[in-house]
Design a protein around this ligand. Structure first.
Ligand SMILES: [Zn+2]
Length: 156
């Protein structure tokens, strides 16, 4: 919701949960050819490094989340799987020509929120300019209309 409102306020229009795209991105900005994922730090292992060497593994907890001491192996396995899946989904989206941006839960804390949203807006504009300098992007009037309609519905 924070990301949605923040982008809306900054003039960006989007679609939600694009079911047909790998990983079901939280927001899809077709005009920017960009998918945005808003990830919980724990479930997606933000800054957590899991290194597996045969049966031994080393874990470094991050500043924003820690793996519980109990059932540690269970959590490590689970988070490792999630991270691998995320990586695979981003790879597939990139292959399909989508840009992907991940926004982390800890980047949306009140103290840093506006800064995160500003830099997200900056990145989107940068992506748009880069795409347009590379090739002439063709967006049909129909697509534009549809985008506006969808966005208007979501705002209600
Ligand atoms: Zn985090």
């Amino acid at each position: 919701m924070i990301v949605r409102r923040g982008l809306w306020k900054r003039g960006f229009r989007y679609r939600l949960n694009h079911k047909r795209l790998p990983g079901h991105p939280d927001l899809v900005l077709r005009k920017y050819r960009t998918c945005i994922f808003v990830n919980g730090c724990f479930w997606h292992g933000h800054h957590i490094n899991l290194q597996f060497d045969d049966l031994r593994f080393t874990i470094s907890d991050s500043g924003c989340c820690k793996i519980p001491k109990t059932n540690r192996e269970f959590w490590v396995t689970k988070i490792r799987r999630n991270k691998e899946r995320d990586k695979e989904e981003l790879r597939r989206l990139a292959e399909m020509g989508w840009h992907c941006i991940t926004v982390w839960e800890c980047e949306l804390k009140p103290a840093v929120r506006e800064q995160t949203l500003d830099s997200l807006a900056f990145t989107l504009n940068h992506i748009f300019l880069q795409d347009h300098s590379k090739r002439q992007l063709y967006v049909t009037a129909e697509e534009e209309d549809e985008g506006v309609m969808m966005a208007a519905e979501e705002e209600r």
